[in-house]
Write a protein that binds this ligand. Structure first.
Ligand SMILES: NC(=O)c1ccc[n+]([C@@H]2O[C@H](COP(=O)([O-])OP(=O)(O)OC[C@H]3O[C@@H](n4cnc5c(N)ncnc54)[C@H](OP(=O)(O)O)[C@@H]3O)[C@@H](O)[C@H]2O)c1
Length: 281
């Protein structure tokens, strides 16, 4: 039996779609919506009574959202400890690309990788996911004035389509023993710059400074951890830390070329922004 967690999230829902109707798969999420296809179970790392993994051979542990490090770490600890207690054999964990070490949210991922490596009973596989092309659409969309002001500097991002990461997660989770002890770097094959995004959307790339971005992000209603998280992401891209393209791992695990990240970026923008006019045109 394979159990996946986080099935309502952007990545988890793509995984769940791919595993629909398989009798040997359970779909876990904090808020099950009812049994449509494979059996859904409530799995909330913050609610210990929902962490019943008896009968589960492999667990696809999708990293648990945003939050302060102590919050995310305690969620992952709860999931891994329950897996050990209930005799799960293998945990497949969705982590963060090695080049993301400078990102503010890297710590909880690395903690979780170490926790798995130190487990006395679990086999594991680490999927080090690159930043999503869909995330780039949220971070660097053209504004209504036809300008992309995201502070990406001259940096480029080896963004990857979530669909590709879902394909790999499914492949690995369905045959985990073949991937035991492996750490896979899953990044896109064509790093994208702010100028690439502008050219693809008919906009102008006019990057702001990090300070300007931080000020814009610090509007009322933003959670306190969000501005440093987002500014840290811009900063790492601008400084060139996330630009190394796929060295063949993603292509091999997909058994073919990755989806074009630029197309995914465009398709993830609100419809009216997918082809804006250059300002002054
Ligand atoms: N590589 C990237 O660019 C990137 C970008 C954003 C996030 N991430 C990380 O990758 C994960 C998956 O990405 P995504 O796009 O699917 O994120 P998302 O759409 O924001 O979904 C959040 C995910 O966190 C899970 N979660 C939150 N709190 C949880 C808890 N208490 N117990 C169990 N699960 C919990 C959710 O599960 P439910 O089904 O229960 O809602 C859902 O799968 C994120 O959670 C985050 O850690 C990566």
């Amino acid at each position: 039996m394979l159990l996946i967690t986080g099935a309502s999230g952007g990545l988890g829902s793509l995984v769940a779609q791919r595993l629909a109707d398989r009798p040997d798969v359970r779909i876990g999420t904090r808020r099950p919506t009812g049994p449509s296809g494979p059996s859904q179970v409530r799995v909330d790392f913050d609610a210990p009574q929902t962490l019943d993994f008896r009968g589960v051979d492999a667990l696809l542990l999708i990293s648990a959202g945003y939050g302060e490090d102590d919050e995310v770490i305690s969620r992952h600890e709860a999931a891994i400890a329950a897996a050990e207690r209930d005799g799960v054999r293998h945990v497949v964990y969705t982590s963060l690309t090695a080049e993301g070490d400078h990102l503010p949210y890297a710590l909880a991922h690395r903690w979780t990788e170490r926790r798995l490596a130190a487990s006395p009973s679990l086999a594991w596989t680490v999927l080090r996911n690159g930043l999503y092309a869909e995330l780039l659409a949220a971070l660097a969309a053209p504004g209504p004035d036809g300008r992309i002001t995201a502070p990406l500097g001259r940096g480029r991002l080896a963004a990857v389509a979530r669909e590709d990461l879902a394909d790999v997660a499914v492949r690995v989770a369905l045959d985990p023993a073949a991937h035991a002890g492996r750490v896979y770097e899953l990044v896109g094959d064509r790093p994208l710059s702010g100028a690439d995004l502008a050219a693809a959307t008919g906009s102008v790339y006019a990057p702001a400074t990090l300070a300007e971005a931080r000020a814009a992000l610090s509007a009322p209603g933003t959670a306190p951890f969000q501005p440093p998280m987002l500014v840290g992401t811009y900063s790492a891209i601008a400084a060139g830390f996330l630009a190394t393209p796929d060295q063949g791992t993603l292509r091999t695990l997909l058994a073919g070329p990755p989806r074009p990240a630029l197309e995914t970026y465009k398709a993830s923008l609100p419809q009216q922004l997918q082809q804006t006019q250059p300002s002054g045109a």
